[in-house]
Design a protein around this ligand. Sequence first.
Ligand SMILES: C[S@@+](CC[C@H](N)C(=O)[O-])C[C@H]1O[C@@H](n2cnc3c(N)ncnc32)[C@H](O)[C@@H]1O
Length: 272
Amino acid sequence: MCKPIIKWVGGKRQLINELIKRMPKKYNRYFEPFIGGGALFFELKPKNAFINDYNQELTNLYTVIRDCSSELINDICKHKNEADYYYEVRALDRDVNLFKKLTNIERASRFVFLNKTGFNGLYRVNSKGQYNVPFGRYKNPNYCDPENIKACSDLLKNTEISNGDFDIIKHKIQKDDFVYFDPPYVPLTATSSFTGYTDKGFDEDMQFRLRDLCDYIHNKGAYFMLSNSSADFIYELYDVDGYTIHEAEANRNINSKGNGRGKVKEVIIINY
Ligand SMILES: C[S@@+](CC[C@H](N)C(=O)[O-])C[C@H]1O[C@@H](n2cnc3c(N)ncnc32)[C@H](O)[C@@H]1O
């Protein structure tokens, strides 16, 4: 049974039960255009799915797992959990020409290795798109996990994967399809936003565009479920006839340095 391959900031493992109990009873195809670590996707294991993310390393990883799992396993299991080696592998994206020479399999293998051996299992890039997480010093990080990669490869065989903006799903949506949206959250305070998923941020205009897409899905007779923070802006944005805003509590890092945890109120918005 496949489990999420990577750990992701804003991952939804914590909220899984809250999400599952609010899913529509019946739906046709499954869409997740901000897939990230895919906690809900890997839990549901949908038969007919479409996943997307703006982060290229991530969608390359899922594509490689689906299409070249044996080659990926061979490459991943060659890595070494040593600081000097980690920094060498991390530095590969400092030289654009060198990075371009890596195969998709090598890039996917690097990505899993850095995610599992880097500090806190975090993915974070700077404004130039360069990985900037320090070495994690873990005893036995589980980056070489052939069984799980094979199981995820089987699941992904029924999944279309794309890399781009979330709007990419618009022309595909049909009546009775289901979309789960888990965008970068609207920050609750000026210092609490995490912007390191991609080299671009996710601003208020993007949140407006996303609400417009929800309206489109609603008018098509399809279903959506959307997670976000409990910022006032979100309550105002989704104050729409036919939409319900539920509240749920998640354990999150509660300050910008990420070393304090506490219960944080989040919202789950549905149109059914
Ligand atoms: C909150 S995370 C998703 C977490 C995921 N649900 C999980 O369980 O790990 C948000 C994701 O949106 C992606 N993203 C940011 N801007 C985007 C855009 N314009 N279109 C599509 N994806 C985007 C980020 O790369 C990140 O993976």
